[in-house]
Design a protein around this ligand. Sequence first.
Ligand SMILES: Nc1nc2c(ncn2[C@@H]2O[C@H](COP(=O)(O)OP(=O)(O)O)[C@@H](O)[C@H]2O)c(=O)[nH]1
Ligand SMILES: [Mg+2]
Length: 317
Amino acid sequence: MFDFFSKKNEDNYERSRFSLGLDKLKQTLSQTTRTLVENIAENIEEESEFSDFVLDDMEDLLIRADLGVNYASELVDKLRGQDKIKPSEVKNYLRTEFLKTLSASGDTELNYKQNELNIYFVSGVNGVGKTTLIGKLAYRFKLESKKVLIAAGDTFRAAAEEQLDIWSKRAGADIVRRDKADPASVVFEAIQKAKNENYDVILIDTAGRLQNKYNLMEELSKIKAVIDKNASEFLRECILVLDANTGQNGLQQAKIFQEAINLTSVAITKLDGSAKGAIVLAIAKELKLPVKLIGVGEKMEDLKDFNSTDFIEALFS
Ligand SMILES: Nc1nc2c(ncn2[C@@H]2O[C@H](COP(=O)(O)OP(=O)(O)O)[C@@H](O)[C@H]2O)c(=O)[nH]1
Ligand SMILES: [Mg+2]
């Protein structure tokens, strides 16, 4: 009778604590649903067969929905010269294919090991929402009573450190910052402090200026080397932050970062109000990297766990 208080439900609560909920996710993705699903269904469903003409049309619509040229043509090619799947079933076909792609990209749960130090290295170009993501993550971990240290690795802009300071205070996390210092040395100091003082989490913020791509990648590789050398026994998650609105451009960025620092996951920010949520699928397909977090607003609590089944359900229901 008092099932509500059972252990099982407590576990479910823990798991769903940072999920957006299906209705809100639907609302967040509504513009993406419009371009990626409804628009295609409206144009294709009434056709009697997948003729070359219809398939060209479909490919064009998928590309315009920001799915990427390769992925779009692969989806269309599977329909060529077959008569099992009818145009009236196009929505179902896309649903199945999209879910397959997301499932193949790996586990979408953010890695975390209890009673150990967990290191989250956050990268991405300027303005995508790295510092905000760090603030939101700090807040989440603090809600779970974790001891959180932020390393201000964007020492290039003083304003970036100020912003991080504000976020850390808001979240109740500690911070290591050294104006104009070498970012790798800030990270080194943070790792030593975290080990000595038994922190659960380090969140590493980094610079993102792309004016000099080579320098930025050198700087990130150096930070990565410091982490790998000084904290190889701990969990290290390497997160790339992408702004949903950059669409296919985001995919190009991801390839550059992947080469330099071997990413383990992606966070897609500013999904709220974006029509380009197909980037989630393009990233999963092209880079085989799981999207683990989504940013759905500017507030502290607007960082949610990504869940493949919910994402597909929200797009297609
Ligand atoms: N709407 C919305 N805005 C966001 C989100 N994440 C970050 N922002 C905004 O994006 C801007 C740049 O964020 P910032 O964290 O400074 O980016 P950084 O340069 O990568 O560190 C700020 O105005 C944030 O409030 C999000 O998920 N949704
Ligand atoms: Mg920043």
